[in-house]
Design a binder for this molecule. Sequence first.
Ligand code: 5AD
Ligand code: SF4
Length: 439
Amino acid sequence: MEKRYFIHTYGCQMNLHESEKLAGLLENAGYTLASEPESAEVILFVTCCIRENAEQKVYGHIGALKRYKTENPNVVIAVGGCMTQQKGAAEKLKEKFPFVDVIFGTHNLCDFMRLLEEKSGRKKTLIEVTEEDSESENTPMTRSSFPNAWVNVIYGCNNFCTYCIVPYVRGRERSRAIPDVVAEVKKLVESGYKEVTLLGQNVNSYGNDLKGEGGDFADLLDAIGREVRGKYRLRFMSNHPKDLTERLVAAMARNENACHSVHLPLQSGSNEILRRMNRRYTREAYMEKVGMIRKYMPDCAISTDVMVGFPGETDADFEDTMDLMERADFASAFMFVYSRRQGTPADTMPDQIPEEVSRKRIMEMVAAQNARTAAHSAKYTGRTIEILCEDYDDKKQMYLGRDEYGRMGYFSSDKDERGNFVTVKVTETNGISLYCEKV
Ligand code: 5AD
Ligand code: SF4
């Protein structure tokens, strides 16, 4: 009998890529992708716990499967990802949703097929959440984001920003070896991928754990530049400002495949808040990094992550953040309301900010950044740019893709352009998007 699987993925690119590995493992064992969850024999959740609303969403979607599972007792429901790796979370999940078959942690991905097998025929929920990692260089992958391909370069995080749950659920930093990463990138480009995105919680902290023996992120970019030729775009995310060195910016500038686009999470523009976040930089140091990027690549688009409502954030702190966002002139920004995460130091800090205050601040911030983003877009009018076509938008009946700087452009074409580099002229802009004509 044909066996089918379906994966629900929540959260960041790292999770999307983990789902590609789980899909690879399942397909290796003869499973095929189901067109919808209701026709699958294995339903998987790859979860996120970075903010409370991410967790609520996952809970809602798992809960909605109860009836389906009662009517189809042979269907296997498995939950993995960041949520399950939190202390006590697996037990809580099992109690709340006893119909879930397998719960596995972030370090147990490579054991997934064994867990499926062990579970078969057993009634009780099977839990496997360990601290040791099962990560392997030989995990099969079924990639799902052509023409882009994700490539892990470093796992985990050592920073313990006081608001963040990631170091608790992803463990300490572990870098892959440069030759392994280069070989993967090379294979991808040779097989037709047009964009490679190097992934890490702090991708530019690459090599810190190798103690100088394996090279740093600048060395990795140079090695890729030397050994992987051809037309493709190289991106990487996310960066920690403390490890954004001049060496790295120079390596980026001399690598002709590296996009002039840097995602550099700011989090806050207030020195006092940055200190209490344990971010290890000041607003002045952050602006120096921005200046350094623009010195080497004047056209570079800088984007960021930023939050409001960290414990103790005063109006003056918030204004400092607004001021820095203006000075840095971010091309775009992901803006969040601080969310308390159990087990993190910030959760027990005094002066948690009332929701109304945070809501007012985030609205003000989003409005200011939207205007800035739109102004960046408006400058594109009349320019000729190159878009890497990713997809077709059925509603708009247009193809879409991004330029080197990450800005989304739409255009019409009478042939299938997915996976092509297309030269277009920008005729109109709308907020974050560009509307273009093929030239
Ligand atoms: N609350 C709100 N936002 C958070 N982030 C990380 N932890 C939290 C939290 N507890 C944001 C940061 C990070 C991005 C991935 O998510 O801005 O850069
Ligand atoms: Fe979280 Fe800070 Fe690590 Fe980023 S650097 S994953 S925000 S602890």
